[in-house]
Write a protein that binds this ligand. Structure first.
Ligand code: ATP
Ligand code: MG
Length: 416
């Protein structure tokens, strides 16, 4: 992509009410555009990052046998009344009326919808187990939408639901998803702790949250730096400095961002909504359910909160919008021509490159490259051409080195 053609250029400033780092950098970098509080457009650059995050998630969900589907965002009131959650979640539900006056909610989550689907499609033990997931927009009328992508009123979530005939099978699968979740966070450049937590607003059962330690988080996690034991401070009697209950190291407390949350519902939905199967002995039994969520737009915001410096974002290579940002340090025609040649060569080799050959000063282009945060910056100038090399700098290091085009190509291909 040539930067001059990219829709959504860098901005000098972000809206002044945007106080979070993630919103400031993502808006200034041309990744997202703010429509209103807690509601953002993913611009082409942002959507590229988000789709890479979704790609990682899809691989791991498919890896645990998840099948992707796509459910509606318009939910009939009747389904939510079956579980009593119409009342419980009314505060944060966007409720609208259709032409006949019937009330409809914009989806906050999809347990009721998928339980309804399941009860009409499961007959016997032969239909179990299975796991379904989607990557879809959720709507929650959040009162405090001030943390940029960390708290949207309209946001994207990956939600997986698994259905089982017995507790052992549910437990086994739940553990598999725990491992897949840790892998996902790791692959997108985050270290997440698996934290024991309450079921929250959505259930009375306990759950596991995945928390990334960060001062910009709204949660608080007490954790052991040694063995990674961790609990949400909301459910614990432990305090900072106490010995760890599992390894006797000393506990620490930190603010944290909840990037994922997984729940074992057991037979709750089966009981409330009548989701049954006929077992091998011909007996009617409740289908057991677990659900597993990751806020993907929140995850994108979290990566920015963790990976940035005073100049801008530093994307982990796995989810960077491009692998290399190629900049011309002069506007001389032969320098531009050389950059175009390198750009075509790398593109042919399958490397995603952002070429900035604008008629701007080197300073402006380098500052934009730092703000956008592509992990490798390449630069071409009279000096590099005289050497027959290309300047290469990694976004997270200050060191500059010079390589031939072949070496650069090899280096970038190895990172794919
Ligand atoms: P929070 O406590 O932050 O309000 P929650 O516990 O209500 O979140 P869940 O219902 O557990 O959220 O949703 C699953 C995941 O969806 C969360 O772990 C989080 O990553 C994401 N998520 C929830 N609410 C939002 C939001 N308003 N904006 C962006 N992502 C969100
Ligand atoms: Mg939660």
């Amino acid at each position: 992509m040539r930067y001059e053609n990219l829709f959504g250029k860098t901005l000098k400033e972000s809206p002044k009410e945007e106080i979070s780092i993630n919103a400031q950098y993502l808006i200034r970098g041309g990744f997202v555009d703010k429509l209103m509080s807690g509601v953002y457009t993913q611009l082409p650059l942002g959507w590229k990052v988000l789709e890479k995050i979704h790609g990682v998630i899809r691989e791991e969900m498919d890896g645990v046998g998840g099948q992707e589907l796509f459910m509606p965002a318009l939910h009939p009131r009747s389904l939510w009344e079956e579980t009593g959650r119409w009342e419980a979640l009314k505060e944060i539900m966007y409720i609208i009326k259709d032409a006949s006056g019937k009330e409809i909610a914009l989806g906050t989550t999809h347990e009721e919808i998928i339980a309804d689907l399941a009860r009409r499609r499961i007959y016997s033990y032969k239909d179990l187990p299975f796991a379904l997931y989607q990557i879809q927009t959720k709507f929650r009328n959040e009162p405090r939408a001030k943390s940029g992508l960390l708290r949207g009123r309209e946001f994207i979530m990956k939600d997986l639901y698994s259905f089982h005939s017995c507790v052992q099978d549910l437990d086994r699968y739940y553990e598999k998803v725990q491992t897949a979740y840790l892998k996902i966070f790791n692959r997108v450049g985050l270290e997440a702790l698996m934290v024991e937590a309450s079921g929250g607003t959505f259930t009375k059962n306990y759950s596991h949250e995945f928390q990334v330690l960060s001062e910009s988080g709204e949660d608080k996690t007490i954790y052991c730096p040694g063995c990674r034991f961790a609990q949400n401070v909301e459910i614990t009697n432990l305090k900072e400095g106490d010995p760890c209950p599992s390894c006797r190291d000393f506990l620490k407390v930190s603010k944290s961002i909840e990037v994922g949350n997984i729940f074992k519902f057991g037979s709750k939905y089966a009981d409330q909504m009548g989701v049954f199967f006929i077992d091998i002995h011909g007996q009617r039994k409740p289908v057991l359910l677990a659900s597993y969520g990751i806020g993907t737009t929140r995850l994108m915001g979290t990566v920015v909160e963790i990976h940035h410096d005073e100049k801008g974002i530093i994307w982990p290579p796995s989810i960077a919008p491009y692998q290399a940002h190629l900049v011309t340090l002069s506007v001389k025609p032969d320098v531009v021509k050389e950059a175009e040649k390198i750009y075509r060569h790398l593109a042919k080799a399958g490397v995603e490159v952002l070429l900035d050959a604008r008629d701007e000063s080197a300073g402006v282009k380098l500052a934009d490259a730092d703000l956008i945060g592509v992990p490798v910056r390449l630069a071409v100038s009279d000096r590099t051409m005289a050497k027959g090399k290309i300047e290469l700098k990694k976004r997270h290091e200050s060191e500059i080195s010079y390589y031939t085009l072949d070496e650069v190509t090899k280096f970038l291909k190895n990172r794919l």
